[in-house]
Ligand binder design. Structure first.
Ligand code: HEM
Length: 415
């Protein structure tokens, strides 16, 4: 590839760890090119950013997911050979199963359960000196995710299970102890959920029709066979774990309210649109998913760049959400920008791009936004609290990243 910039370093794996969310956009800026080649993890990788790049990336004639996610990610975050690594008709068939679990009525039910759980926390919080929002959010979301999905969970288990989900999530990009913690968490969780699936199948646990537990346990593949119990467990975990992950965006939402107190009064008026815009801007502005990867399915040329069969290609999610060609003052937090936003499938991609029913875009965006909206409503209209001195910084050059303190709140009172 002579026509596109090449990063000169022998291997950029260390730079990727050091520059984190800005690794791709730093080079896009340096080379004045939204596509460049770099050496990462011992292979030549094409990195790209922006809406045009996203459109190509989500063309499934050009790209496949088989072989894209490293084993270390499959053994922590995704689960081995699950939906994230599937292609073609089999992927679409599996995807429709996920989509059927996340229809608007099901999103509403989940959001209602979340609000109930927030409200139920108030008496305990009023007695506590302080609470850490991130910690509370992950426990609540774990309890609610299980209840919503039909997965039985004892109250005494909630905290440990929630911590395991979090360990799987934050193992992405991690090496050393954090990676191994994620692997142990996954093994424990898969054993737990696989046993439940087996018990549903032998009828010692009842699962309600339409619940995620029931649908995963009895889903039939295109060949007419059920998923093996291990795979059904992995896919059910692919529903539970990301619900717990919304704790991250809830923490960023609280941080955004703290950094931009002028939105407090706007959100006191209980207008759906204002909540929606604020939640969208949190998803655009704050770092969570850094990039997604796929392999070239059949060689092609785009923008003078040779995409050779089998090559790994990374699409910059964080950078695209901060692309100056797509967003005015992208580094400013401004929910009103979503008033004019036209809603393309390729420019606002915190959870991937394209059509979720046809490609790999996250099927959980509706759930994420609804849960964020009720949580914002709770923080603004249902309680009053103080925010003591603490280190709320998050670093863009750590992947993953979070406000250090997890957002501490004190003197909490019901409004
Ligand atoms: C896929 C982000 C919440 C379920 C993805 C992808 C991203 C993402 C970046 C990959 C897109 C791609 O490969 O092109 C997020 C973020 C969330 C979130 C930042 C906020 C917490 C959820 C929720 C659910 C969910 C709430 C379900 C309840 C999934 C599934 C996939 C996926 C099943 C795989 C889809 C496929 O491969 O076809 N998500 N997600 N996610 N997400 Fe989410």
């Amino acid at each position: 590839n002579e026509r596109i910039p090449h990063d000169k370093s022998l291997d950029n794996s260390l730079a990727l760890i050091q520059e984190g969310y800005l690794f791709i956009s730093n080079r896009v800026e340096r080379y004045h090119s939204d596509i460049f080649e770099a050496r990462l993890m011992g292979q030549n990788v094409i990195c790209m950013s922006g809406a045009e790049a996203a459109k190509i990336f989500y063309d499934d004639e050009k790209f496949q997911r088989k072989g894209a996610a490293p084993k270390r990610v499959q053994k922590t975050l995704f689960g081995q050979n699950a939906i994230q690594s599937m292609d073609g008709e089999e992927h679409i068939h599996r995807k429709l199963l996920f989509m059927s679990l996340m229809t608007p009525p099901k999103q509403d039910r989940l959001a209602k359960l979340v609000l109930e759980q927030w409200m139920a926390c108030i008496p305990e919080w009023e007695q506590a000196e302080q609470i850490v929002l991130l910690e509370e959010a992950k426990d609540i979301l774990c309890r609610v995710a299980c209840q919503w999905a039909g997965v039985p969970i004892e109250e005494t288990e909630v905290k440990e299970r929630a911590d395991d989900f979090i360990s799987m999530i934050y193992a992405f990009g991690a090496v050393g102890p954090q990676h191994w913690k994620g692997r142990r968490a996954r093994t424990r969780t898969e054993n737990w959920i696989r046993e439940i699936i087996e018990n549903v199948r032998n009828e010692s646990i009842k699962a309600e029709h339409g619940s995620a537990l029931h649908e995963m346990a009895f889903h039939k593949k295109l060949d007419g066979n059920q998923l093996d119990a291990q795979m059904a467990a992995i896919e059910l975990i692919n529903v539970l774990r990301p619900i717990v992950a919304i704790a991250t965006f809830i923490t960023y939402a609280a941080l955004a309210l703290q950094e931009h107190p002028e939105y407090q009064s706007i959100l006191e008026v209980e207008d759906e649109n204002n909540y929606e815009r604020f939640a969208q801007e949190v998803r655009r502005y704050y770092p969570f998913g850094p990039f997604v990867g796929a392999r070239v399915r059949k060689g092609f040329i785009w923008k003078d760049c040779k995409f050779k069969e089998g090559m790994l290609v990374l699409l910059d999610l964080y950078g695209t959400n901060h692309d100056v060609r797509l967003w005015d003052n992208p580094n400013q937090f401004r929910p009103e920008r979503f008033k004019e936003w036209k809603g393309s499938l390729f420019d606002f991609i915190p959870q991937g791009g394209g059509d979720p029913a046809k490609g790999h875009r996250c099927p959980g965006e509706g759930i994420t936004v609804e849960v964020m909206k009720v949580s914002l409503n709770f923080l603004v209209n249902k309680i009053e609290f103080e925010v003591p001195n603490q280190d709320m910084n998050y670093s863009l050059d750590e992947m993953p990243t979070l406000p250090k303190s997890g957002f501490i709140m004190s003197d909490i009172k019901r409004k």
